[in-house]
Ligand binder design. Structure first.
Ligand code: ADP
Ligand code: MG
Length: 342
């Protein structure tokens, strides 16, 4: 029995079809924090959100929220989408193009008919920095602005869960990260559990407390973020160049910088190995460690798994380099990483 069986969100023996595609999953999510729904394009992530929100009927199985069946054989009646209190923010925002930003927000609030929303209109507007946009038409807004409005609109309907399909896809780099960290912070402050879809490994690191991963319509992982990201199942979902390891964000040694908290993803391709303690390097991170295991890959490369002072790391080097360094399991090794690698 799942530890979350009486509260939280349960997706039980769920089966949904779309065209020739079938999604079949079973998992339970804790009633707090951010769950990242991860997987390659076409894996069924958007379809799963649609099913949970009640927009796509199930072929079999059920969805239970805080112990109450919304749909499925044990549900007294099938709860319609608007009765579920599950907010869904689509990837493409789906705002009303003929309405102003203010009217988009007001419309959602009115239609939800919720009198005691935990966050009022002004609060939501301030939360997402929309004050200056209220009078504007939705036409001509940037992708990032539309995402913020779509999330604000969903919040005004006082959801008990918020589902977001690849939010801030229009942003990249630091602005994207700031937005995602804000979402995570909001989830904690507002006590609002979320499911956030992404196919980017950095997003998982920035957002997730819990990870559910799909491949070809099947759930291959459901677990806490640290365990999920360290497993072979997770690595097998990544492109070669994204393979790496999640470690606690390190502090820079000599600069006296405090550790900022959070975690980072260190790609195997960015980790240099040395067979003796290196010195005189510009790289800020040099960690002593030990080889755990080595795996030959195609095209003459070798994936080395290391245990270091900073945590377990992966390094991809050439087989030639592995031989020159005489690397073998159990042997001492130093890992060198530039700060800019994460
Ligand atoms: P993801 O969000 O993970 O990229 P989707 O949930 O959008 O994946 O799609 C899952 C699968 O459903 C796809 O692989 C595709 O085969 C199928 N699919 C999606 N949209 C349609 C559609 N409109 N008609 C038929 N099949 C579809
Ligand atoms: Mg999708």
């Amino acid at each position: 029995m799942s530890p979350y069986s009486s509260s939280g969100l349960e997706v039980r023996d769920l089966s949904v079809t779309r065209g020739a595609f079938t999604l079949e999953v079973d998992f339970a999510l804790p009633p707090a924090g951010v769950t990242v729904l991860f997987g390659p394009s076409g894996a069924g992530k958007s379809l799963l959100l649609s099913a949970i929100a009640g927009l796509t009927p199930l072929r079999s199985g059920g969805v239970r929220l805080d112990g109450r069946w919304l749909e499925g054989p044990d549900a007294p009646v099938r709860a319609a989408a608007h009765e579920r209190r599950i907010g869904l923010v689509f990837q493409e925002a789906r705002l009303f193009p003929h309405l102003s930003v203010r009217d988009n927000l007001r419309y959602a609030q009115a239609r939800a008919g919720v009198s005691a929303a935990p966050m009022g209109f002004d609060e939501v507007v301030a939360e997402f920095g929309l004050g200056d946009l209220l009078g504007r038409s939705v036409r001509g807004l940037s992708g990032g602005e539309k995402s913020r409005i779509a999330i604000a609109r969903a919040l005004l309907a006082a959801p008990r869960w918020l589902l977001l399909d690849e939010p801030f896809a229009a942003l990249d780099g630091r602005r994207r990260r700031e937005r995602l960290v804000h979402l995570r912070d909001l989830s904690a402050r507002a006590d609002l559990p979320m499911i956030v879809v992404t196919h980017l490994v950095e997003d998982v690191v920035d957002l997730a407390d819990h990870v559910v991963a799909l491949r070809a319509g099947r759930c291959v992982i459901s677990g806490d973020v640290a365990g999920a990201m360290a497993g072979e199942d997770f690595l097998s979902l990544l492109e070669d160049r994204d393979v790496g390891a999640r470690i606690d964000r390190p502090s820079v040694r000599s600069g006296g910088t405090q550790a900022r908290g959070g975690a980072v993803w260190v790609r195997a391709d960015t980790v240099i190995l040395a067979s003796s303690a290196p010195s005189g390097l510009s790289a800020r991170h040099v960690w002593a460690g030990r080889v755990r295991s080595m795996r030959r890959e195609a095209e003459g490369s070798c994936l080395v798994r290391l245990e270091t002072e900073a945590g377990d790391l992966l390094s991809r080097i050439t087989q030639e380099a592995a031989e020159e360094l005489s690397l073998s399991p159990g042997g001492a090794v130093w890992a060198v990483v530039k700060t800019h690698a994460f």
